[in-house]
Design a protein around this ligand. Structure first.
Ligand SMILES: [Zn+2]
Ligand SMILES: [Zn+2]
Length: 324
């Protein structure tokens, strides 16, 4: 049956085609499209929820809210020109696709969003406490992790340098917890969670959580002693990769096994030297500091040529691996 109004297209509802229905019942009310934007972060509030979306998308979402319930929005194009917006909507009209074009006034009001007002007020739910030799580096990782968390409240309130490390204050507990765990995966070390009551609101307990990561005193390139053997740290994290300075063999250890490890020398103290002769189990090297000739027990991997070495007190430790 053809449309009773235009006689051109098939009728889809009550004798009318989709375009005649759209003409008789415009999809949007004639008034302005009103948006609320946060002047601090640029988020828009649409349908009662703050969202980090571009202006055009915010318009489209608001259009969806205002849309006559006869129709469903399948897609749309939005062009904003000053305080007007040109719309091209693809709509479902009783099972048929139809295009609709129109123009509306655009009014944008400013209001600080929930996140920015909390942030400005110094709000936080958790503190990530970073300690140990890698505290600074770990704090950078923690901040990055918090900021990439999907929760809107996952912001860093402040970063504070304190005795022994860095404290990172975080607006969202779950984000803080995840970040602390990522740090621990990356650096290893001690990890502790705790929480304390700091007040009540509407009968609910308000808690603040603390996530402590004490990063190890040593890291990649450092030389450590463990169980009477010397190792070069090749990689750190939940598992450490250690190279036995004597045998050259690699060994993987969880952090828990390294609690007793003692730092012998930092990576920056490792220098390049030279083995000029190996024989009878003895390596002949020049002392990198005094220039004196020294004779050391030769590790099985030792060959004539350039070698990495480090002086610990009066002892020289030869280090397997490429001389840089
Ligand atoms: Zn028609
Ligand atoms: Zn905001």
């Amino acid at each position: 049956m053809k449309c009773v109004r235009c006689g051109l297209r098939e009728a889809v509802h009550e004798g009318l085609c989709e375009y005649c229905i759209l003409e008789l019942h415009p999809p949007l009310p004639p008034g302005a499209i009103r948006l609320v934007v946060c002047p601090v972060c640029g988020s828009f509030r649409v349908g009662g929820r703050w969202q980090e979306i571009p202006l055009e998308e915010a318009v489209l979402r608001e259009v969806e809210q205002l849309l006559d319930p006869r129709y469903a929005l399948l897609g749309g194009e939005v062009k904003v020109e000053d305080s007007r917006v040109r719309l091209r909507l693809t709509l479902d009209v009783y099972g048929k696709r139809a295009e609709w074009e129109g123009e509306r006034e655009l009014r944008i009001r400013k209001e600080v969003c929930d996140r920015c007002s909390r942030r400005a007020g110094g709000y936080y739910e958790a503190i990530i406490q970073l300690r140990g030799a890698h505290a600074e580096e770990a704090a950078n990782v923690a901040v990055r992790e918090v900021e990439s968390h999907p929760s809107r409240m996952a912001f860093v309130t402040k970063v504070e340098r304190v005795r022994g490390g860095v404290d990172v204050y975080v607006g969202d507990r779950a984000a803080a917890r995840r970040a602390a765990r990522v740090v621990r995966e990356a650096f290893g070390g001690e990890y502790k969670e705790s929480s304390s009551l700091y007040g009540r609101r509407d009968g609910r307990e308000l808690r603040r959580s603390t996530y402590l990561v004490r990063t190890p005193e040593f890291g990649p390139g450092d030389v450590v002693e463990l169980g009477g053997r010397r190792y070069v740290v090749e990689a750190m994290g939940r598992e450490f990769l250690l190279r036995d300075a004597w045998s050259g063999a690699l060994r993987k250890e969880r952090w828990e096994a390294l609690r007793e490890a003692r730092l012998l020398a930092k990576a920056e103290d490792v220098v390049e030297g030279e083995i000029f002769y190996v024989g009878e189990g003895v390596a002949h090297v020049y002392d990198p500091e005094s220039g004196e000739l020294r004779q050391l027990p030769a590790p099985p991997w030792a060959r004539r040529g350039k070698v990495l070495m480090v002086r610990v007190d009066d002892e020289i430790i030869l280090i397997p691996g490429e001389a840089r």
